[in-house]
Design a protein around this ligand. Structure first.
Ligand code: GLU
Length: 462
C-alpha cells in the first residue's frame, strides 16, 4: 500500500509551497488507493500546534483535500522517541557525549579558523572511562565513519553524499532529553508506515541523516521525492510578497479551489502540454516521476488565467453561492442567469466578479466626469429622453433583445449612429464607459430602474 504524508512544522498557516507538496502527496496516495497522513512537527513546544493544525485542516477542507486517520502530533510522542533512544544506546549504536557547550564551541572555532568543515570528532564515541561531573550528556548516533550514503530519489536520481562531506555523529537527543528533528522524522515515517516521502528539496541534505537512523534501527527506507523549490519571476526563492502567503488568503482574494489546485499541480509537474486538470484527472494522471528537475516559476497571470477559466465554467447556481462569500446575495435574483452570463467572462477572481455584479445592480452614485462630459454633449440628453419614453411605453420588456429593439428604434428614427445612444446610456446606467452590454444591463435591472438611472443622469447634467 502506498502511504504518503504531509509533515508541516506549525508555522500557524499553510503556505503555497507546503500546499504543493501536500497536494502531490495526496494525489499519489489517492491514485493508488493508499493513505495520505498528516503529521504536525511540533517538537518546539512553545508554538501552538493546535491552531496550526486547525489552520491546515481548514485549508484542506476549503480545497477538498482530506487526510486519512488521526493527525499525529510529534509533541505527544516523547515516550516513543525515548524508547528508540534507549534501544540504540543498549545496542551500542548510540552513545552519551559529555562535551560541554564551551568545549564544543571551542572545537567549532578551531575548525572554522582552519577552514575545516565544522563537525563533531567522536570524542566520546568509544569512551569507557568515568564521565565528567555536572554535565548532562547529549545522545549521539554512531554514524558510519566513511563511505557514502546514496539517496535514491525519484526526481533527482541517485544523489551521493560522501560521508566526510556531510556526516558526523550527530545528536539524536539533547541534554534535556528532547529528541532532534532528523531522528523523530525517521522514527515517525517508519511507525506511520510511510512508503513515499514527497517533500521540498530544501530537505535533501537531511535525508542522509535520516537514512543513518533508518539503518541503525533496521527500518526499511521509503522512496524519496525531493521537489525543487518554487521561484519568483526573478528566479529567487518565493517570498511572502510573491505569494508564499497563507493559502486561505487566496480564498479571500477570490480564487477558486479548483484553480489553485490546478495552478499548483502544474508548478513543477506536467503531463504533455495539458494545462487544465480537474481533481479527478490529477488523481488519475499524477506521477512524481514527471516532476521537473528544476525549480518552477510562480506566475500570477497563469493563476488568474486558470481562475477565470474555472469561473467561466462554473454553473450559475454554484457561482451565485460562491459569491455569497464576497457579500453578494444573488441566489434569489430573478435575472441571475443573464447577470452571471454577462459578467463571468470578464472576471479574473470571484472578488472582482462580485464587484462587477455590484456595479451593475446598484444605482450609480458616481459618474466618471471626463467620460460623462464627452458622452453627454450635444443632443445626448434629448436622445436619452426619447429612449426613456420608449422604455416607459413598451408593453413587453424582459429580455436583452427587447431593450435592444428600443435602442434600434431610436437609432433608426433619429438617423444617428449607435454610439450616439450607447455612450450616454452607458454613463446613465453604469456611471462609466466600461461594463457589460447595455441590453443585458437593462434586462437585469428592469424597466423601473432603467428609467430611474436615465432620470438621474438627466437631472444631474441638465
Ligand atoms: N516539517 C518539515 C517542514 O515543514 C517537513 C519535513 C518533511 O517533510 O520531512 O518543512
Amino acid at each position: 500500500m502506498v502511504v504518503t504524508r504531509f509533515a508541516p512544522s506549525p508555522t500557524g498557516y499553510l503556505h503555497i509551497g507546503g500546499l504543493r507538496t501536500a497536494l502531490f502527496s495526496y494525489l499519489w496516495a489517492r491514485k493508488h488507493n493508499g493513505k495520505f497522513l498528516l503529521r504536525i512537527e511540533d517538537t518546539d513546544k512553545a508554538r501552538n500546534s493546535k491552531q496550526a493544525a486547525e489552520a491546515i485542516v481548514n485549508a484542506f477542507h476549503w480545497l477538498g483535500l482530506e487526510h486519512d486517520g488521526e493527525i499525529t502530533y510529534q509533541s505527544k510522542r516523547d515516550e516513543i522517541y525515548a524508547k528508540y533512544i534507549k534501544q540504540l544506546l543498549d545496542e551500542g549504536k548510540a552513545y552519551r557525549c559529555y562535551m560541554s557547550k564551551e568545549e564544543l564551541s571551542e572545537l567549532r572555532e578551531t575548525q572554522m579558523a582552519n577552514k575545516q568543515r565544522t563537525k563533531y570528532e567522536g570524542k566520546y564515541r568509544d569512551f569507557t572511562g568515568t564521565p565528567p561531573e555536572g554535565i548532562e550528556p547529549a545522545i549521539r548516533i554512531k554514524a558510519p565513519l566513511n563511505g557514502e550514503i546514496i539517496v535514491r530519489d525519484g526526481i533527482k536520481g541517485n544523489v551521493v553524499f560522501k560521508h566526510e562531506d556531510i556526516l558526523d555523529d550527530f545528536i539524536i537527543a539533547r541534554a534535556d532529553g528532547s529528541p532532534t528533528y532528523n531522528f523523530v522524522v525517521a522514527i515517525d515515517d517508519h511507525l506511520m508506515g510511510v512508503t513515499e516521502v514527497i517533500r521540498g528539496d530544501d530537505h535533501l541534505s537531511n535525508t542522509p541523516k535520516q537514512i543513518v537512523i533508518y539503518e541503525a534501527l533496521g527500518f526499511d527506507i521509503p522512496n524519496f521525492y525531493h521537489v525543487p523549490m518554487i521561484h519568483n519571476a526573478e528566479g529567487k526563492k518565493l517570498s511572502k510578497r510573491d505569494g508564499a502567503t497563507d493559502v486561505m488568503a487566496y480564498k479571500e482574494m477570490g480564487y477558486m479551489p479548483e484553480a489553485l489546485l490546478n495552478f499548483l499541480v502544474r508548478l513543477g509537474w506536467s503531463h504533455g502540454d495539458q494545462e487544465i486538470f480537474s481533481l479527478d484527472e490529477m488523481r488519475e494522471l499524477f506521477d512524481p516521476k514527471n516532476i521537473n528537475k528544476s525549480a518552477s516559476i510562480y506566475n500570477t497571470e497563469k493563476l488568474d488565467w486558470l481562475n477565470s477559466h474555472y469561473i467561466k465554467n462554473t454553473p450559475n447556481n454554484e457561482l451565485a453561492k460562491l459569491l455569497e462569500q464576497y457579500g453578494l446575495l444573488l441566489t434569489s435574483h430573478d435575472k441571475k442567469e443573464i447577470l452571471l452570463d454577462a459578467l463571468k467572462e470578464r472576471a479574473k477572481t470571484l472578488k472582482e466578479m462580485a464587484s462587477l455584479v455590484y456595479e451593475v445592480i446598484s444605482t450609480p452614485t458616481y459618474y466618471d466626469q471626463a467620460a460623462a462630459e464627452k458622452a453627454l454633449k450635444g443632443d445626448a440628453l434629448e436622445i436619452l429622453n426619447i429612449f426613456k419614453a420608449k422604455v416607459s411605453a413598451a408593453s413587453e420588456l424582459h429580455l436583452p433583445s427587447d431593450y435592444h429593439h428600443l435602442m434600434q428604434e431610436v437609432v433608426d428614427e433619429m438617423k444617428i449612429g449607435f454610439g450616439k445612444i450607447g455612450q450616454p446610456l452607458r454613463i446613465a446606467l453604469l456611471g462609466k464607459m466600461s461594463g457589460p452590454g447595455l441590453d443585458n444591463v437593462m434586462a437585469i435591472i428592469g424597466r423601473d430602474e432603467t428609467i430611474l438611472r436615465i432620470e438621474n443622469v438627466i437631472l444631474k447634467h441638465s
